[in-house]
Design a protein around this ligand. Structure first.
Ligand code: NAP
Length: 232
């Protein structure tokens, strides 16, 4: 399968490397290829500059958002949530038409400092905004409720834990569930929340996720929905 992963941060890198390790063809997307390769400083979270990561992952090609999206049969959005719609506009609606669009972003607004707030929230979500902006894409919100390492290696968390999917298109959710299973998620750990409006709840887990990070002092944890299979 050909994947476009839009976003060169830690999430885009982690998802790209995993997909490539599973034998997929992966292009990672950025605003400006030369500018991204020219960076020499670690990012705000201390991740090494992109060129350093790229030299260790020559199997993943770096292209513009538009060229990457044109290449991908499936597209993952791993851009900063406040600018995701803008990044996807740069990718080009025609390059998203009919494709499964895996939205991993969170609309975290850091403009007033820490902790960030969510925008949109409550009566809307980034997942819905993306679906409204690109009505012919088949948006599936998933994986946004955990650290990037856990997304592709769920065994980092010893106990049972949960990944959510939200979206309007059942076939797209099924395709994304298959991708999650290929990442190592037991199918029983995947909870289909329903249509894309359910992305509100998945995104609204972020305030508690951020506080758990503070309380626990690490990011190797995840949510587990106890009783999900019992129906009791
Ligand atoms: P990030 O720093 O949030 O986003 C990096 C990407 O956003 C880059 O590709 C960058 O483009 C793009 N970008 C930044 N400003 C832009 C603008 N004005 N216009 C267009 N694109 C712009 O990276 P991240 O930490 O990997 O997080 C990615 C997403 O996943 C976020 O939405 C985050 O909330 C979510 N998430 C993160 C984690 C985690 O473990 N970090 C976990 C769950 C969900 P360039 O490539 O051109 O620089």
């Amino acid at each position: 399968m050909r994947y476009a992963v839009l976003g060169t941060g830690i999430v885009g890198r982690t998802i790209s490397a995993k997909l490539a390790s599973l034998g997929h063809e992966v292009v990672i997307g950025t605003r400006d290829v030369d500018a991204t390769l020219a960076r020499t400083e670690p990012d705000a979270m201390g991740n090494p500059p992109f060129a350093q990561w790229e030299s260790a992952h020559p199997e993943v090609r770096l292209e513009t958002f538009a060229d990457a999206a044109a290449f991908g049969e499936r597209v993952a959005n791993t851009t900063s949530g406040m600018v995701s719609v803008k990044a996807l506009e740069a990718a080009g609606a025609q390059n998203l038409d009919g494709k499964v669009l895996i939205d991993i972003a969170n609309p975290l607004d850091f403009s007033a400092g820490m902790p960030p707030s969510l925008d949109p929230v409550n009566t809307d979500s980034l997942g819905e905004r993306i679906q409204r902006s690109f009505p012919r894409a088949r948006v599936v919100k998933t994986l946004n409720t955990m650290n990037s390492q856990i997304m592709v290696d769920p065994s980092r968390v010893a106990d049972e834990h949960t990944v959510f999917v939200s979206g309007d298109d059942a076939d797209a959710k099924s395709a994304v569930t298959d991708m999650l299973v290929s990442f190592g998620w037991p199918e029983a750990s995947v909870i289909d929340l329903g249509d894309i409006t359910t992305a509100r709840g998945a995104e609204m887990l972020l305030p508690i996720w951020l506080r758990l990070w503070g309380a626990l002092g690490h990011t190797d944890f995840n949510f587990h929905i106890a009783g999900a299979r019992s129906g009791a």
